[in-house]
Design a protein around this ligand. Sequence first.
Ligand code: SF4
Length: 377
Amino acid sequence: MSEPTEITFDIVVSGCAASCWHCYVCGGPTTFMPTQNFEKVCRFVDEFKRIAQAKEITVYPYLDLEPMLHPEISELLSLVRVAEWFSLPSCIPTTGMPIAAREDWERVLESYWGAGVRQLEFTLHGPEEIHNRAVSRKNAFQSHREAVRRAKRCGFETKLNLMVSKPLLGRFRQTMEAVDRNEYDYQRAAIPHYAPNERLRRFERHRPQLRDVTPYQELLQQFCNDEARDGEFWRDIADFTEQSAYRELLSNEDTYMTYRQVIETLPTWYFVAVGPDLDIWYGNGLHRTAKLGHIGRSSPSEILDKVLKEHPNFAFGGYFPIDRLPSPIEVARLVAKPIGDRIYQDYDNCEIHVMWLDQYLMKHPPDPRFPTKKGRP
Ligand code: SF4
């Protein structure tokens, strides 16, 4: 396996204001991280980053889920601002709900601006009824609208991430009217990722099929400002279906003899998450697999050693006991739908394999005599 080069260190200081049907990090409500715990996390990640750097590994600290919900977010951001090792991305995602609900929203937005954030990304799932259903909150659509207005007033660029589902495509005209009213500065459209958890398994019924997208394919292609990154996805949408992945597998069997062989071709990327209680997990957001330790009881070098023992990355995310599984070809032959036309945002031609493997493991759970790590299938 290739050496790791990147680790995302997710710091979960709060949960989410919503619980979205497409969420692969399983965001939802959780407790707030006390400020003194956040200070401990900062010291820990600082040292973790230094030790990792000596091994030529880059660590990206990230405030995941909806940190704007935290009552002391401005204080937390001021700690981030003075830490040389921790810079926030210039664009951060939000539902907009805390911006619409907080009385001190202007102060919060000023704190983000002071921490270097210049663009806020808002996800929209369709017109009001669909959006509220998708994020499981009654007033989410109105909050989104108000937050976009407030963000613009404070000088932020606003970015739309249109999350395309079957219900959205069924109300495409009304969706476009809602988009036009909000006048975002930048827009893209995407299909939700698949991940092996209950929420994403439930989402499958809303996942668009090729036949749902075809009437709107050209419009979606033109809708995206970034032609290379997003427009091409919609242009080539037929390449992202289950049937296309199955055809690809059958015509390149040599490439799918083992999961380890597939993983070798993927970018190496590890995810670590620390929650309000200072427990450290392999995973991101609230989507976690193995528990790695606890800040206060484990040292940064112990945690780094444990992280590096996990299977990296990205699509497989350390979820599966890959060395004890049949080959990707056998798994696909057992569970794939050869004419399935559901669409996946399938980077590196791997996400559909994760979905097949997840289905396979639900039908054929691993032998209990060989227990897997806590939380794994
Ligand atoms: S998509 Fe974002 S806002 Fe929605 S539950 Fe997930 S992390 Fe939270």
